[in-house]
Ligand binder design. Structure first.
Ligand code: SF4
Ligand code: SF4
Length: 392
């Protein structure tokens, strides 16, 4: 039975990783894990099916309740940054799941990556429940509980393992493979299998080599209005694709001109498609907003009360509390991904976004319009609102 469960877990992981572009919602509500009683911890997660499955697996052996809140089937970080996992999702699941009759305490452990979209203060005000920010990765939950709800620096930070990079690469490769098969197969039957291999190969190169080429993306130099680092990365990936073409041509021992032209156009298209930020997943060409406006975190130090909440929610460990002054300071500003979690959660509005021209996005606007600067925003409603707010 256990082996069957494991096989099911592996199967669902593979299928839902491949179709991760699309929301896969599961039922919201309260799930019992083990044999919880009135003192058992209460966790919350989104209603993306794969996340629920993984969180339940991480909670094995812990007697607890798991509240599955509505995020429209999207994962925690994307849903909270985009406003789909919000105060309303948490308040309504607390009120409707019956959890208030099941436990005697009022503490709820939220995933840390929900911090850009859920305001702990509002949850407390509207429900009386205290939010505890759990680890960034569900697999750290057992150690987090053992340490009595204290997070280590590692538990705070978001790390992209090789497995996770392979997952995102597979998601891209799978989607392109489907489209390719539909379009290419009827026209060039013999080439299609090799082209599918080329798609998976390019996708794996883009995502797995990211830690190696990432320093290039930090270059500030420009060449013909384009960031030099991006041009170099584009050329590196293109070179890898060219290697794929050469191997193919040698393997089939055919040097026909049109075949080569087809392969070159196809490979360049795949490289561009994977490198441009279409779904907020591609590491190379990210948010236009971030690039053009160069907003970063600003601190009004004198207002800081040293609560340390920003440290608990920052997924890049950007902050440190100065024990002498009891004020926050940024020690890793260059790692900031502009997720806005620290701004949203700071109870004294110490933090906000500011750019080189002195334009400001206030904490209220970050909270109200989810104006964090993650992902591509030039075409969405949030960006249009932000443009107006900044101009005003
Ligand atoms: S910046 Fe805000 S959240 Fe961070 S320590 Fe100061 S008061 Fe607390
Ligand atoms: S410092 Fe940057 S990465 Fe850290 S929580 Fe704030 S916005 Fe997010």
């Amino acid at each position: 039975m256990k082996f069957t469960n494991f096989l099911y877990y592996v199967f669902i992981n593979i299928v839902e990783t491949l179709i991760r572009f699309f929301p896969v919602p599961t039922k919201t509500g309260c799930r019992k894990i083990g044999s919880p009683d009135q003192d058992s911890p209460v966790f919350l997660t989104c209603n993306f099916h794969l996340t629920v499955l993984r969180v339940k697996r991480a909670l094995r052996g812990i007697d607890c309740y798991l509240l599955v809140a509505n995020s429209k089937g999207i994962n925690v970080w994307c849903a909270s940054a985009g406003g789909l996992l919000n105060n309303h999702s948490v308040i309504s699941i607390i009120k409707t799941s019956g959890i208030e009759e099941k436990v005697e305490h009022k503490k709820i452990i939220l995933p840390q990556l929900a911090a850009p979209g859920i305001e702990a203060n509002e949850i407390k005000k509207k429900t009386g429940w205290n939010v505890i920010w759990g680890p960034a990765d569900a697999k750290d939950i057992p150690s987090f509980l053992k340490k009595n709800f204290v997070k280590t620096t590692e538990m705070n930070s978001i790390r992209f393992s090789i497995i996770q990079r392979i997952e995102v690469a597979s998601m891209w490769a799978f989607m392109i493979s489907i489209i390719l098969t539909i379009i290419w197969l009827p026209l060039f039957l013999r080439e299609t299998p090799a082209m599918l291999i080329q798609v998976w190969y390019i996708s794996l190169v883009v995502f797995l080599l990211f830690p190696l080429y990432e320093p290039l993306l930090r270059l500030r130099k420009r060449l013909l209005f384009v960031n030099l680092g991006r041009i170099l990365v584009f050329l590196i990936i293109l070179f890898s694709a060219a290697v794929g073409i050469v191997i193919y041509v040698f393997a089939i021992k055919q040097y026909e001109k049109w075949l080569l032209i087809r392969w070159c156009i196809f490979s360049v298209s795949v490289v561009i498609l994977i490198m441009i930020d279409l779904a907020g997943t591609t590491p190379v060409i990210k948010s236009g907003l971030l690039e053009e406006r160069t907003f970063s975190i600003a601190i009004e130090k004198e207002k800081c009360e040293g609560t340390g909440i920003c440290i608990q929610v920052c997924p890049r460990n950007c902050y440190e509390l100065n024990s002498k002054t009891n004020k926050i300071r940024m020690i890793n500003a260059e790692l900031c991904v502009r997720c806005g979690a620290c701004i949203v959660q700071c109870p004294f509005d110490v933090l906000y976004f500011k750019n080189e021209k002195g334009q400001v996005i206030s904490p209220d606007n970050v909270r109200k319009f989810k104006l964090n600067l993650m992902g591509k925003r030039d075409c969405c409603i949030a960006c249009k609102i932000s443009n107006q707010l900044i101009k005003a």
